[in-house]
Design a protein around this ligand. Structure first.
Ligand SMILES: NC(=O)c1ccc[n+]([C@@H]2O[C@H](COP(=O)([O-])OP(=O)(O)OC[C@H]3O[C@@H](n4cnc5c(N)ncnc54)[C@H](O)[C@@H]3O)[C@@H](O)[C@H]2O)c1
Length: 330
């Protein structure tokens, strides 16, 4: 297929672009390099530097009788939960307005398919775990609210305009694939933060909350390997059906506490990782674990890397490689 990937210079987008190229697809990446890196765009993809809201219409064209592309995978977003609470305007504009512009470009160009990166944050504080797609959606932060609003817009475009759409609600993505991984200036994700601490790039790792009703008192999350996520995107592209918007949760189905993640990072790296306890963060639920049963049943998704050690080992290979590059550049 001929595909546009927005956000293909970022973490998940670069891994998915690489996986799409390996499957023989032609990929054009749109990215404004806000949080992404030019050298993360895989060789073999075309690169258009620009904001999705500004360049999508030009890239996709405006001849619905002869669409230039078979589909769009939309990863581009702002995704810092804390920032979204203090600067909601940046998120409503950057995520929702941008995605509406993309949906219009898709409609006017006659592009038939869309796969969208939604998130577990659309559910907010769950009443039961594991979380299925039928769980109530009640986001506790602006980031989650913007993703839920985009999901609603996609549903109405599917119904009214026949778009074939799939939203994938990822839980915590981690790991690396084929030399592509997490490399952000502002890092907030647990595994890269712990591994940067192991490398001495940070003094210590803060554990936010040790008094949760969990086995060791720290928050429990579901870590899904980024390559498994890429596989789900490939399946979603083929599954997407005109006039429908299907939503799937993607996680490993297993929860690990913050302390378990840190311990696994110690085992994998063989290094000391200093830890400090900090208060809970507002809106951080105790336990978030996905039920991915619908993706397993309907997409035929078979996650291969559900062992946390595998996820951490792949993340460590990438983080160490980045550390070596930074050292060599000094
Ligand atoms: N990483 C996770 O654990 C996780 C979990 C759930 C959902 N998600 C979603 O997955 C997607 C990818 O996440 P990620 O971790 O790879 O993020 P990332 O920040 O690494 O990548 C996002 C990319 O989009 C680009 N971008 C942002 N706004 C843009 C715009 N308006 N125009 C063009 N490019 C733009 C950035 O420069 C960056 O390259 C996001 O939509 C995110 O909300 C991620």
């Amino acid at each position: 297929m001929k595909l546009v990937v927005t956000g293909g210079a970022g973490y998940v987008g670069s891994v998915c672009t690489q996986a799409l190229l390996e499957q023989g697809h032609e990929v054009t990446v749109i990215d404004n390099l806000l949080t992404g890196n030019r050298d993360a765009v895989p060789a073999g993809a075309e690169f258009v530097e620009g904001d999705v809201a500004e360049v999508a219409a030009d890239v996709l064209g405006a001849d619905p009788d002869s669409p230039r592309f078979d589909g769009v995978l939309h990863f581009a977003a702002k995704s810092l939960v804390g920032e979204s609470v203090v600067a909601p305007e940046v998120y409503w504009y950057g995520n929702v307005v941008t995605s509406l512009a993309l949906l219009e470009a898709i409609r006017l160009s006659g592009t038939p398919r869309l796969v969208f990166s939604s998130t577990a944050a659309t559910y907010g504080e769950p009443k039961t775990v594991p979380i299925s797609e039928d769980a109530p959606t009640a986001p506790t932060n602006t980031y989650g609210a913007t993703k839920l609003a985009i999901d609603a817009a996609i549903t109405s475009y599917a119904v009214a305009h026949g778009l074939a759409a799939v939203s994938l609600r990822y839980f915590n993505v981690a790991g690396s694939y084929a030399g592509f991984g997490e490399n952000r200036v502002v890092e907030t994700h647990l595994i890269p933060l712990v591994l940067q601490t192991a490398l001495g790039q940070r003094d210590k790792i803060s554990v936010f909350g040790s008094d949760y009703p969990t086995d060791d008192g720290t928050a429990v999350r579901d870590y899904v390997h980024v390559k498994d996520l890429a596989d789900a995107h490939l399946l979603a592209l083929h599954h997407a059906t005109a006039g429908r918007h299907d939503i799937y949760n993607l996680g490993s189905g297993e929860g690990f506490s913050v302390r378990q993640v840190i311990e696994t990072c110690r085992e994998v790296t063989g290094l000391d990782i200093p830890v400090t306890d900090a208060p809970r963060r507002a809106g951080d639920p105790a336990v978030l674990i996905a039920s991915s049963q619908r993706a397993i049943d309907e997409l035929g998704w078979r996650p291969q890397h559900t062992d946390l050690r595998d996820v951490v080992s792949d993340a460590w290979d990438y983080t160490r490689c980045l550390g070596d590059r930074a050292h060599a550049a000094r």
